[in-house]
Every structure is written in C-alpha cells, then in structure tokens.
Write a protein that binds this ligand. Structure first.
Ligand code: ADE
Length: 250
C-alpha cells in the first residue's frame, strides 16, 4: 500500500517510522510519503489559511495550496506506478472510524491523507476530488483535536496491521476486539502470562486445564461480562446464533 500525507506539520508524522508501521515500511509492505503543504503556498509567509466566508471565529484552509498539493501528489504517485487512490480527510464531522472502516480503507492500494488544522479545509476541495476518487471523511471520536494529524497516526496504524504479511500471526486480528470472527462484536476479556503467582494473585484455574473447549467458553463469558460493563451498545449488536453455533462445536 502507498500512503501520502499532506500536512503543515510533517514532523508530527515521525511516529510512522517506528513500531508496526515502521517495520511494515522497512519490509516494503507500506510506502509512506509525508509532504509539507506549505511547499504549495504562494506568498513569502507561506500562507495556507484565510478568514471564513460568512464570518465566525478561526481560519479556513485555502483551496489553492490544497488543490496544487493534491494534484502534484497524485501525479507523482501515478508516475511511480501507484493506482486506485482514495482521499482520507480526518474531521470531527466525518463518519465514525471503526474496525469496519479500517478494513474498508485497507482494501485501497493508495491512501492520500489530508489532515486539516484550524476550522477545516474549504469544502470545495473534497467536492472537487470526490469527482475523481473515493473520499472518506472520518472522525476518530466525539471530541475535537487541534488538527487531523493525530487521527492520521491512528488510522494508519489500524489500517497497516490489516495489510497482508504485516502481523506475524494472521489469527491475531481475527479474534481482536471488534473483529467479526467467533467473538463477533465483543470486547476482549482479561489476559495473563507467567509467573502463575504475583503479589498473592493467581490466574484463573481454567487457563491451566488444557481443556480447549472450557477455555474458549471461559474467554467468551469474560468477553461478554466486559462488554456488558463497558460497551452495552455492542451487546445489542451481537448475534446469539454465533454463540450457539460455537457452543455446538465445543
Ligand atoms: N480533527 C479534529 N478532531 C478530529 C477527530 N475527532 N477525528 C478526526 N479528525 C479530527
């Protein structure tokens, strides 16, 4: 997958050099390029924002620099052999970013991120690129950040781990919280590792039993308990038939 990010804070994206995303890049599974929007500004102050039409507080990012930056980014990508671009615009007014949206984005071979600062980007920019490619306006939660860069980090990490060959163990995202496997729509329950005793605390007996059916059932029950406590809204989206089927297999 190719990822381009156009931002006024390129250094904000430095974390994309470490950990899972950094390794995916080193392994050649992810090609990330970060661009400074101000390279497409036209005055000596490198201005990229202006006051909003209709008045009101704050500033709006201008069409000019964004249009030229996106055109050049697209041209460079096509030149390098990339195809099938999609534009991702992080914004608190976007569609909620979920595991499902992460999977949807991971199917695009090329993502171009346009994180905004200030009050957002002049709306004609997304209108323009929507005629040329899919545009995903996504929100990472019901709170307002100072800009979209942190959202780019979040989205990129969630998408990168879904790319083939990026996770060591292909099973590990199947049973994740929110994934659609046997634990459909449940949060993950508690986990334990050695030593078996710590500060007088042991581990649940069943995990030492070696009985796979009982362990699976215990994990499912704990997952349900945690989901009821923390995310009752998710319980309503569970399909009991999935549990029945799983019980018959155990
Ligand atoms: N930019 C500012 N707040 C945001 C949010 N919650 N999600 C995505 N982008 C944002």
């Amino acid at each position: 997958m190719r990822i381009d990010v156009v931002t006024i804070f390129p250094e904000y994206l430095e974390p994309l050099k470490v950990s899972l995303v950094g390794k995916a890049r080193a392994a050649g599974r992810l090609d990330v390029r970060v661009h400074d929007l101000r390279d497409w500004a036209h005055d000596r102050h490198n201005t990229v924002d202006d006051t909003p039409y209709g008045g009101g507080p704050g500033m709006v990012m201008m069409t000019g620099p964004w249009g030229e930056a996106l055109d050049d980014t697209l041209a460079a990508g096509y030149e390098a052999g990339a195809g099938g671009p999609a534009l991702v615009v992080p914004t608190p007014s976007g569609r909620p970013f979920t595991q499902e949206v992460a999977a949807e984005l991971s199917a695009h071979p090329w993502l171009i991120f346009a994180p905004a600062r200030y009050e957002g980007i002049d709306s004609r920019v997304t209108a323009e690129y929507r005629t040329r490619m899919p545009v995903h306006e996504v929100s990472i939660g019901d709170y307002v950040l100072a800009g979209g860069e942190a959202a780019v980090l979040v989205i990129t990490e969630a998408v990168a781990r879904l790319l083939p060959g990026v996770l060591g163990n292909a099973q590990s995202h199947r049973d994740d919280s929110f994934a659609s496997g046997a634990m459909a729509n449940l949060l993950e329950g508690p986990v334990f590792t050695k030593p078996p005793q710590w500060r007088g605390r042991g581990i649940p007996e069943v995990l030492l039993s070696g009985h796979h059916g009982k362990i699976a059932r215990w994990r499912r029950d704990e997952a349900l308990r945690r989901t009821v406590a923390n995310r009752p809204d998710l319980v309503r989206r569970c399909d009991p038939a999935v549990f029945d089927r799983r019980d018959r297999e155990m």
